[in-house]
Design a protein around this ligand. Structure first.
Ligand SMILES: NC(=O)c1ccc[n+]([C@@H]2O[C@H](COP(=O)([O-])OP(=O)(O)OC[C@H]3O[C@@H](n4cnc5c(N)ncnc54)[C@H](O)[C@@H]3O)[C@@H](O)[C@H]2O)c1
Length: 462
């Protein structure tokens, strides 16, 4: 702008064209093109599924907690009436007031009329009775993460819902295939994994159990798309796709802490890399208790590389009742500033906790580049294993899932696009160096094969 100010329009346009040509050659431009194409791919797939699915005209959600309330809001906002069933009337009130405060914020910002807000809220029918589920074409289950409770709820639900209604679980950690066992209609069951907060996070993982029919998957994908979300279909496995690749990243984090790298420094480096929050901050937000539980499920699922028998800061914090932001005991003390923006500062208690866990540590000499590699390579290798195991169909879907579900830096285009830009050969040999730390770094057969053939994950568009 400075260069063109004072020039004629013609000369100014020449400068703009030169600048554009330069930008168009950058890795950021390639990543953003990739993002656009990935988004188109998800939309195209959803459209294909929609052709073979009965649309969801009425929905229901079991559980009015953080997730159930979010699903009810999103459905009502997208004009699909939804019944919200819980066992506690105070939870129903909480679910309704959460939906109402999200809507109120829209009204306050001038993005919605008050009349529309009231109209939206009337589309949610809070209820303590199973009768409210009778007319639903699809029921999302979002009750507490306890298999016994879920099974009991399914039994009661199947007694009332229509023969052809779909039942979809929002579980984060329980096998969908296992949950389907014992159902009256296992083929009409699948996973529908939303991300928190539901109204903001675009991704929905639709999880295909061994028993799920294609019609079930199609209806669930179409419903997710009608909710304005971006569905990615994955086959059932511990952690599904997103958590399966997120926990190796957390393992990289725990390894760095063990090596004496300060968690605040890791957060800064990863935020500079482009993540909206660093791993310590993210763990605080997700909840150390939740992460500890999910980490246990993954350790059981992939004992060769995810077992967490070693001293581990996440386990140590959990055992000391530090659950993160939810109980004001995390890596950080979280507050908000006058404008309501989140603020955080290091919790001084963490220093003694780290010492208890790992003993006194020398200040580490590890470089920022090594921090990035030790965090990102386990995520890359696990993502590649997901392709090898046919958990997900394409590299583009993995990239989109990580951007939409985890906030992977969009300007890097996703884990595989990042790997292509960095060079698979360099990353494979860098990863090899860390194998002695953990098998999570072991380059996959897929990546080694691609290196030997000179292939990349995203060949089209350079
Ligand atoms: N919180 C997250 O970030 C997140 C993200 C993705 C998935 N999930 C999954 O979503 C589910 C719900 O999690 P949440 O965080 O919303 O939990 P929550 O504790 O906020 O809400 C659970 C709700 O279920 C209700 N409930 C318990 N038993 C019930 C029953 N028999 N019938 C009907 N309602 C019952 C409770 O009263 C409560 O309102 C879990 O399976 C969890 O793993 C959570």
């Amino acid at each position: 702008m400075q260069a063109s100010a004072g020039l004629t329009i013609r000369d100014a346009l020449d400068i703009e064209a030169e600048g554009f040509a330069e930008l168009a050659k950058t890795s950021e431009a390639r990543a953003l093109i990739s993002l656009f194409l990935g988004d188109q791919l998800l939309k195209k797939k959803a459209k294909t599924f929609r052709k073979s699915a009965e649309p969801v005209k009425k929905a229901a959600v079991l559980g009015a907690g953080i997730m159930g309330g979010g699903v009810a809001y999103q459905s009502a906002y997208k004009k699909i009436p939804i019944a919200m069933k819980d066992i506690s009337s105070s939870q129903l009130d909480l679910g309704m007031s959460e939906a109402s405060s999200i809507l109120q914020r829209r009204v306050d910002r001038g993005r919605m009329e008050s009349r529309k807000m009231a109209e939206t809220l009337t589309r949610i029918t809070p209820s303590l009775s199973y009768d409210s589920l009778k007319e639903a074409d699809l029921v999302v289950e979002a009750v507490v993460e306890l298999e016994t409770v879920k099974r009991q709820v399914y039994q009661e639900t199947e007694e009332v819902i229509a023969e052809d209604a779909v039942l979809a679980s929002n579980t984060s950690t329980i096998s969908i295939t296992k949950l389907a066992e014992g159902l009256k209609n296992p083929e009409r069951f699948c996973g529908m994994h939303f991300f928190n907060p539901v109204h903001r996070m675009p991704l929905v993982e639709v999880i295909r159990a061994r028993q799920s029919s294609e019609e079930t998957i199609a209806r669930t994908v179409a419903f997710a798309a009608d909710l304005g979300k971006s569905p990615v279909v994955v086959n059932d496995c511990p952690g599904f796709l997103v958590n399966r690749v997120l926990f190796p990243y957390f393992a990289g984090f725990a390894g760095l802490i063990e090596a004496g790298v300060d968690f605040e420094r890791i957060d800064k480096v990863m935020q500079k890399f482009g993540w909206p929050m660093g791993p310590a901050w993210l763990l605080d937000v997700v909840g150390i208790d939740t992460s500890h539980h999910a980490g246990g499920v993954l350790a059981e699922g992939y004992p060769d590389r995810m077992s967490n028998e070693k001293a581990n800061i996440i386990t140590h914090m959990f055992e000391n009742g530090r659950f993160g932001k939810k109980n004001d005991k995390g890596f950080y003390i979280h507050t908000t500033d006058k404008k309501g923006k989140p603020r955080k500062e290091r919790d001084p208690e963490m220093d003694s906790l780290l010492e208890q866990c790992y003993g006194q540590k020398e200040k580490s000499q590890i470089t920022d580049q090594e921090i990035i590699e030790r965090m990102m390579l386990p995520m890359l290798m696990e993502s590649s294993r997901c392709l090898e195991d046919e958990i997900v169909e394409s590299p583009a879907e993995v990239d989109m899932a990580l951007i939409f579900g985890l906030g992977f830096p969009p300007f890097r285009g996703g884990i595989f696009r990042w790997a292509d830009e960095e060079g698979l050969e360099r990353l494979a040999s860098a990863s090899e160096k860390y194998v002695e730390l953990s098998q999570l770094y072991k380059p996959t057969e897929q990546i080694l094969g691609m290196v030997s053939k000179g292939e990349v994950f995203h060949p089209i568009g350079g």
